[in-house]
Write a protein that binds this ligand. Structure first.
Ligand code: ADP
Length: 239
């Protein structure tokens, strides 16, 4: 009986995933199609309007590209087809590099973005590009889900045999009942709003898989209306 329920659960998850993928792909397609039709029906003559419609088509196509890219990566992770390029690197350099990359986005929202390093011996053995992807995802979430003028603080440090990065934001936070689920594929706390932000809802699911492939862990703490704290811990490299 136990096996059947487990199997049933997996089957339900698979069905839900397929339904989600279909929905996520159909939404931008529907909008691309209807704007293209309106253009063909004559809207093309109004240059200003045509420009607006084309830019919607363009960004919806971008969204589909992001989604397909994320899906392909998840599938590679699921099937153990990822080729990991593991190297000993400085976790501090990696994180600070990511912070530099998102600086512009936070400045556009007048947010304070600060980074502190606590302690030393912060080397890890990791696939640099994949680990950057994880840190960038957490940082861009912090920026996305923190209003104008908010504050984002990044701590890099070491605790015993682990190095960590902790990204603390003063943003909208995550409702308690959603906390355990945000690492699930396609899970968004406020679907409409998160979708408007351009996310695929797959970022944290992918991040978790990558971190776990490095024998690390990722966790989240949050208080709605106050902010969110996402922590990644990774085994420190042996010297
Ligand atoms: P998305 O692409 O939608 O951002 P993610 O997988 O990166 O997807 O995140 C899943 C959901 O978790 C988001 O849609 C958002 O609702 C919530 N979330 C993630 N990070 C934060 C944060 N720093 N503050 C508030 N909510 C967050």
């Amino acid at each position: 009986l136990h096996d059947i329920t487990e199997q049933q659960k997996l089957e339900n998850m698979r069905k839900e995933f397929v339904a989600n993928v279909s929905h996520e792909l159909r939404t931008p397609l529907t909008s691309i199609k209807s704007y293209a039709e309106t253009l063909l029906d004559g809207a093309l003559e109004d240059r200003e309007l045509a420009g607006k419609f084309l830019s919607v088509i363009n960004s919806e196509a971008d969204r589909m590209t992001r989604l397909v890219k994320d899906l392909l990566q998840l599938s590679r992770l699921d099937n153990n087809q990822m080729k990991w390029d593991m190297q000993k690197i400085s976790f501090e350099d990696l994180v600070r590099n990511c912070v530099e990359k998102v600086k512009f986005e936070s400045e556009e929202k007048n947010q304070t973005l600060e980074c502190f390093t606590i302690g030393e011996e912060l080397e890890i053995v990791a696939d640099k590009d994949r680990m950057e992807q994880v840190v960038l995802n957490i940082l861009t979430n912090a920026i996305k889900y923190t209003p104008e003028g908010g504050k984002i603080t990044v701590y890099i440090g070491r605790m015993y045999s682990e190095v960590y990065v902790k990204v603390v934001d003063s943003g909208i936070g995550i409702p308690r009942e959603d906390l355990g689920r945000i690492f699930e594929r396609f899970y968004r706390t406020d679907k409409a709003r998160s979708r408007e932000m351009g996310g695929t809802g797959l970022g944290l699911a992918i991040a978790k898989e990558i971190v776990e492939a490095h024998k690390g862990s990722i966790s989240v703490a949050s208080e709605p209306g106050k902010g969110t704290e996402v922590t990644v811990k990774l085994p420190a490299a042996c010297n």
